[in-house]
Design a protein around this ligand. Structure first.
Ligand SMILES: NC(=O)c1ccc[n+]([C@@H]2O[C@H](COP(=O)([O-])OP(=O)(O)OC[C@H]3O[C@@H](n4cnc5c(N)ncnc54)[C@H](O)[C@@H]3O)[C@@H](O)[C@H]2O)c1
Length: 459
């Protein structure tokens, strides 16, 4: 039997052992899905803390219930290790290590390169190896392929190599690792076939593309699409602010069009490990080919200017109250980069807090998901959301619209609320003056636009 057929048989019978490198936001949910599908999974991570947590039946990832980890560990289906040599035991390896940006905004490939060396050291005939980390097109072929060849392994015959981007959306209650279609692109047709069989064993739908480059670029298109469209609505918020039009009303009206429009919402900027970073991997790659990706650069520029736009809104709103930012007590609501998650990586809230503090504000924050965080050696701790806290605030800035915040309480007790997410839309009027991301309080403009609105409606 050929190496490929033997491996396919092991996958089919679930006797294949699976290794996952990097047990973070992507790796742990994936490892759990493989284990639930019946494979024995070994999670390899350089973090002792992460390995101890998993082996202790606990979960450090909010979307993965500790009960699921505990049950799989107890059953003997899932284990974690810091011992890279154990990867020689596995038949399949998925690599899910970080791909951040360097200070220069160029890709920081150090984690992928380290993981590649680890895999290469333990690689043996009969393994399928899949890179999942988001990266520039060409990475799998330029990095992993030569590492395998240097070990004397023929890719497509002895080992099978593919790229398969992770699409996990933390906090999404509908789409998880299991029911989000998985794109796979192999170095050879056999590589694609084996990798598809592996993922097909635990994920509802696999979409096979013709090459790793197509799979790598698919992920970058998805995240660039989001970055560009978020930038477009962020710019629309600025446009609406200048025109005195309510951007939320405009978006709601545009979204009534049943075709050709997709709803995106503006906000204080973008965060997380993906949208602010991934498009720069493509921009970097294209710079090496003497091509400038203008959409990516412009979207990055607009999105990264949003925290300053928000802070200007706070300053103007305080000014209306005859107050300065300097010396004002500002309570920031939500520091996670998006609703109902605990991840603060690249969160625009960190920029908003820093910019307010630079202007002399006394900033506190409340986030039910983020009890504390450290930024440039300064430790911040979430304050309880109490009437006293709201009474002593000069302004409250809603940066992240977590669902378990009592927005009515904010509106009832705080004197001033700057709402960057339209979170107060369903509250009744209270004490607070509410300032939206785009203000619609320019009487002249509203008046001049009234006949148009009356005549044409919103269709
Ligand atoms: N977080 C997301 O929502 C998301 C979504 C889709 C894709 N991705 C991509 O997936 C990849 C992983 O992201 P993440 O959010 O899971 O990162 P993460 O920081 O949550 O987890 C990465 C893990 O890898 C470990 N690690 C680092 N170097 C290692 C090495 N050499 N060997 C073994 N373990 C190592 C770290 O200790 C950590 O536990 C990135 O490329 C990211 O862009 C992330």
């Amino acid at each position: 039997m050929s190496t490929k057929d033997l491996l396919l048989q092991k996958i089919e019978s679930r006797t294949a052992r699976v290794g996952v490198i990097g047990m973070g936001y992507v790796g742990l949910p994936l490892a759990v899905e493989f284990a639930k599908a019946g494979f024995h999974v070994i999670g390899y991570d350089i973090s002792d803390r992460v390995v101890k947590l998993i082996n202790g039946g606990r979960s450090h990832i909010a979307d993965v219930p500790a009960s699921a980890v505990a049950a799989l560990v107890k059953e003997g289906k899932l284990e974690a290790t810091t011992d890279a040599a154990r990867l020689s035991e596995v038949d399949a390896v998925s690599i899910a290590v970080p791909t951040p940006l360097a200070k220069t905004r160029d890709p920081d490939m150090s984690y992928v390169l380290a993981a590649t060396q680890t895999v290469a050291r333990t690689a043996r005939p009969g393994q399928v190896i899949c890179l999942e980390s988001t990266t520039y097109p060409g990475t799998t072929r330029e990095t992993l392929l030569p590492a395998m060849e240097a070990r004397g392994l023929v890719v497509g015959r002895d080992v099978f190599l593919a790229f398969s981007p992770e699409r996990v959306d933390p906090g999404n209650l509908v789409y998880s690792t299991k029911n989000t279609p998985k794109v796979v692109g192999g170095i050879t047709a056999d590589c694609g076939e084996v990798a598809s069989a592996l993922y097909g064993a635990c994920i509802d739908r696999v979409v096979l593309v013709s090459s790793p480059e197509a799979a790598e670029l698919t992920k970058l298109l998805e995240n660039t699409f989001r970055s560009v469209n978020i930038a477009l609505v962020n710019e629309m918020a600025i446009v609406c602010d200048k025109l005195g039009v309510d951007v939320w009303e405009v978006i709601d009206a545009a979204a009534t069009k049943p075709f050709g429009f997709m709803r995106f919402t503006p906000g204080p900027g973008i965060g997380g490990h993906c949208i602010p970073l991934d498009p720069h991997y493509l921009a970097w790659k294209m710079r090496t080919l003497n091509y400038k990706t203008r959409f990516i650069d412009l979207a990055g520029e607009i999105n990264s200017e949003m925290p300053a736009f928000v802070v200007d809104k706070v300053a103007d709103a305080l000014n209306d109250e005859r107050k300065s930012v300097n010396g004002s007590r500002v309570l920031v609501i939500g520091v996670a980069y998006k609703r109902d998650i605990d991840d603060i990586r690249e969160s625009p809230a960190l920029d908003v807090i820093r910019l307010l503090e630079d202007r002399g504000a006394d900033v506190a924050y409340h986030d039910p998901f983020v009890r504390s965080f450290q930024e440039e050696s300064i430790r911040h701790e979430s304050v309880p959301l109490t009437n006293d806290e709201l009474d002593r605030s000069d302004a409250v800035v809603i940066v992240t619209d977590h669902t378990n915040i009592d927005y009515q309480m904010l509106v009832d007790r705080a004197p001033l609320v700057i709402d960057t997410r339209n979170a107060t839309a369903r509250t009744s009027p209270g004490r607070a003056r509410i300032v939206s991301l785009s203000s619609s309080n320019s009487p002249a403009m509203v008046e001049s636009m009234a006949p148009v609105a009356a005549g044409k409606g919103v269709a």
